[in-house]
Structure formats: structure tokens, C-alpha cells
Design a protein. Structure first.
Lengths: 157, 186
């Protein structure tokens, strides 16, 4: 009996672990068609929850996020493309709703930053490596003095 | 000598870069301080857009609701206000709305509210709304771009949204942002 309980607990926890970690409040929110549901979840993961702001609507449990998930699923079920749904959302809530902003003049710096950082790094590395070795050979006087000093050190031992 | 000047020139680059970044940060923080920049605000790139298609029933006991065509046919600018009886900023906004409603046509939409609660809320201290409607599912509000009540929209005759406020309205805001646009179309 005990083993049976343990086994069922284990199976339950494993089962929960396998489910995707989305904030869907109930399975009834999901679309019956798994392909469409997967698409809706992927679109939802790209949309900012406007209440929690740094979570996607797919992760958030805010009431507005739940409603937006519902809207996304309605649009997916009616056969709209991902692009169309994103445009629909952007028209209503602005670029801000996209967790991944589009490339535009105001986001150019943001998008270019990784490339710029790598370029600066390469530039610095090249500059470091190409820096000439500027130590000049010793003049005759210096060589003589060094010789004297070295000999002094020897004799002190 | 040339090596030294070149070195100096190269040294100024990171300093200038850091200075520029610091200036940018200071600019942003001071704008946040005086309220002209809010990183949490939902920024619409173009404010002017047509109103969405909707048909909403009225709040029981407060007359019929309204729909897109009624709003389009309005001869004067209409201020649409989304509210809910469960929303505390909406309660606080009511006093200002009563004053504002004397200067512009104010229509209210109850967002995700129980009909009886909405009716009690609107009529408790005298309704500021010329017309009211009930959006119980909240789907019409999403179509408008509402992210949380209270929110207000200025709709011009013909059905264009000319202004969208995502916080509780007060008289100063109304006079500064809404009234000039509304007056421009008269």
C-alpha cells in the first residue's frame, strides 16, 4: 500500500515536471489542436504582460494576461498568421508589447550593441598585439655600468 | 612625440564614451524624476487610429449601451472612460470626472464589472456619464488597447482616437492634453 502511494506521488511529480511551465490557469484555456496551441504559446511568449511588464502573457497569471492569451488563441483558431496577430497587438498596445523590439531607428543602437562590442574588443586586441616593443638596446655606458653592478653582486656572495 | 599624442587621443576615446553614457543616464533619470519619461508607460507610436468595432449592452437600470456607429456619428468629441466599481483609482477619479463632464461629452464603459455593482457605483453620487455601457468580458477593452482601468480615450467625430490616457484623469491633465485637441476640431 505504502509503495503504491509512493509510486503515485512519484508519477504525479514527474508528470508535473514534464508539463511546460506556462502560467495557464486551466487546461480549458488551451486550444484542442496541439499544433495551434503550440503556435499560440509561442506568440504569447513574445508578448509583454502589460501589468507585470517583464513577464510574457504566457508566464503571467494577471487577469489581463489571461484575457490576452484568450485573444491570441481566438486569432490563431481563426487562421491568422503570427505576423497578423503581432500587428493586431502592436496597433492596440504599441511596440511596447513586443518583448523583442523590431529593428527601427530608435532600436538600432540596441540591436547593434553586440556587434559594436565585439568590434571594439577586436580593435583593442589588435592594438595590444601590434604595440611595438620599444625597449632600446643598452648604450655602451649602460652596459658597462650593468657589468660593474653585476660583478659587485657576485663578489658579495 | 607623435606616439604620445596618439596615445592621448586614444585615451580620450573611452573617457568620452563613459562621459556620453553618464550624460545619457543623467538625462534619463532626471526625466524620470520630473515625470516626462516613464519606462513603464505604454507608448503608442501613433496615437491617431480608428475606434474598434464593438456593440455593448447598457448597464441595467441606466439606459441602453452604445456601439461603434453611435460613437462615429457623434457630432462633438467624446471622452470615453473605462472604469470599474472594484477599482480604487476609479473611485478617486469620479470627482474630477464630474467636473470634466460639464465641459465635454463623457461616455463610460464599465470594465469586467457586475451589472448591479456598476449601476450602484455610477449612480451613487450622481453619474458623470451621458451614456454608459457594460463590457463584462473585457474583450472590447482589449480591442481598444486598455491595459488597466481607469483609462480614457478622446474620440473625434468620425471615430478617430486622438488621445489615450492610461491613468486616472484630473482637471489639469484634461485641460493640458484633452481640451486643446477637442477644441481644435470644433
Amino acid at each position: 500500500m505504502k509503495r503504491l502511494v509512493l509510486l503515485s506521488v512519484l508519477m504525479l511529480t514527474v508528470g508535473i515536471g514534464v508539463l511546460p511551465a506556462y502560467g495557464l490557469d486551466s487546461p480549458s484555456e488551451m486550444l484542442p489542436n496541439p499544433v495551434q496551441e503550440k503556435r499560440a504559446a509561442a506568440i504569447g511568449a513574445q508578448l509583454r504582460c502589460l501589468v507585470c511588464q517583464n513577464e510574457s502573457i504566457e508566464d503571467s497569471s494577471a487577469a489581463l494576461a489571461r484575457d490576452l492569451r484568450h485573444v491570441v488563441r481566438q486569432h490563431v483558431a481563426s487562421g491568422e498568421s503570427d505576423q497578423q496577430i503581432m500587428v493586431w497587438m502592436t496597433q492596440r498596445y504599441g511596440e511596447f508589447i513586443r518583448l523583442q523590439p523590431r529593428l527601427s531607428l530608435s532600436t538600432l543602437l540596441l540591436w547593434a550593441m553586440p556587434v559594436v562590442a565585439v568590434l571594439i574588443g577586436i580593435m583593442l586586441a589588435v592594438m595590444m598585439l601590434r604595440r611595438p616593443n620599444r625597449t632600446e638596446p643598452l648604450s655602451r655606458d649602460e652596459a658597462e655600468r650593468l657589468g660593474v653592478l653585476l660583478r659587485e653582486g657576485e663578489s658579495r656572495k | 612625440m607623435t606616439g604620445l599624442t596618439r596615445r592621448r587621443a586614444l585615451m580620450t576615446l573611452p573617457i568620452a564614451g563613459a562621459g556620453l553614457a553618464g550624460f545619457g543616464c543623467w538625462k534619463m533619470l532626471s526625466a524620470m524624476q520630473d515625470g516626462s519619461f516613464d519606462p513603464r508607460a505604454i507608448r503608442l507610436d501613433k496615437n491617431e487610429r480608428p475606434i474598434p468595432d464593438f456593440v455593448l449592452p447598457g448597464i441595467p437600470g441606466l439606459g441602453d449601451g452604445f456601439d461603434t456607429s453611435m460613437l462615429r456619428q457623434a457630432t462633438q468629441p467624446v471622452l470615453i472612460n473605462f472604469f470599474a466599481s472594484w477599482c480604487i483609482p476609479c473611485v478617486a477619479e469620479m470627482a474630477a470626472l464630474r467636473v470634466i463632464s460639464q465641459r465635454i461629452a463623457l461616455w463610460g464603459i464599465a470594465y469586467k464589472d457586475k451589472p448591479d455593482d456598476a449601476r450602484r457605483f455610477v449612480s451613487r453620487d450622481g453619474s458623470p456619464y451621458r451614456r454608459t455601457a457594460l463590457d463584462q468580458s473585457g474583450m472590447t477593452a482589449i480591442d481598444w488597447g486598455v491595459s488597466g482601468v481607469p483609462e480614457s480615450f478622446l474620440v473625434l467625430p468620425g471615430g478617430q482616437i486622438a488621445w489615450h490616457g492610461t491613468a486616472a484623469l484630473d482637471e489639469t491633465q484634461f485641460e493640458q492634453h484633452v481640451l486643446p485637441i477637442a477644441a481644435g476640431t470644433r
